[in-house]
Design a protein around this ligand. Structure first.
Ligand SMILES: [Ca+2]
Ligand SMILES: [Ca+2]
Length: 158
């Protein structure tokens, strides 16, 4: 009898833990669309197709996202890791100073406080108003002409 009770309890526990792990799986798989990478409360997608900054942003918008804003070195590294399979190409992120020279803004409306610029950047060379990451050997940020065609990274809230 005791054995029966114990095995019934074990069965119950197994059902419970299986249900819990299933819930966990479901949560993980629905947090972000397929192919997107979750980091904290956002989903990120590397888009290898080279486009101008504005077209890259419009492409992100079509998926309910914006070009990615970046707020810390760990976020910067995480986004870089999404570009690793493609050899760390120069890649658009969502920063621009097009509305007013030298006033950098994120197009998703978040505050601009972190910016690992390369030495000597941003230099606004011949009117550069958009941010590319992975520039140079140290893969830092550089302001670049927005009409240049580059891969990009989209981001959206979970
Ligand atoms: Ca500029
Ligand atoms: Ca520059």
């Amino acid at each position: 009898m005791k054995l029966l009770v114990v095995s019934a309890l074990l069965c119950g526990l197994m059902v419970l833990t299986t249900a819990a792990s299933k819930r966990h799986l479901v949560k993980r798989s629905t947090g972000c669309p397929f192919g997107w990478t979750r980091n904290s409360d956002r989903c990120f997608l590397f888009v290898p197709t080279a486009m101008s900054w504005a077209r890259a942003e419009r492409h992100c918008l079509s998926m309910g996202a914006n070009l990615a804003s970046v707020h810390s070195s760990s976020e910067n590294r995480m986004i870089q890791s999404l570009t690793a399979h493609h050899g760390y190409p120069e890649t658009w992120i969502g920063g621009t100073d097009a509305p007013e020279e030298g006033i950098w803004l994120w197009n998703d409306g978040t505050s601009f406080h972190y910016s690992p610029w390369c030495p000597g950047e941003p230099n606004n060379d011949r009117n550069q108003h958009c941010i590319q990451m992975n520039h140079g050997d140290s893969k830092c940020w550089d302001d670049m002409g927005c009409d240049r065609h580059l891969p990009s990274v989209c981001a959206k809230k979970v």
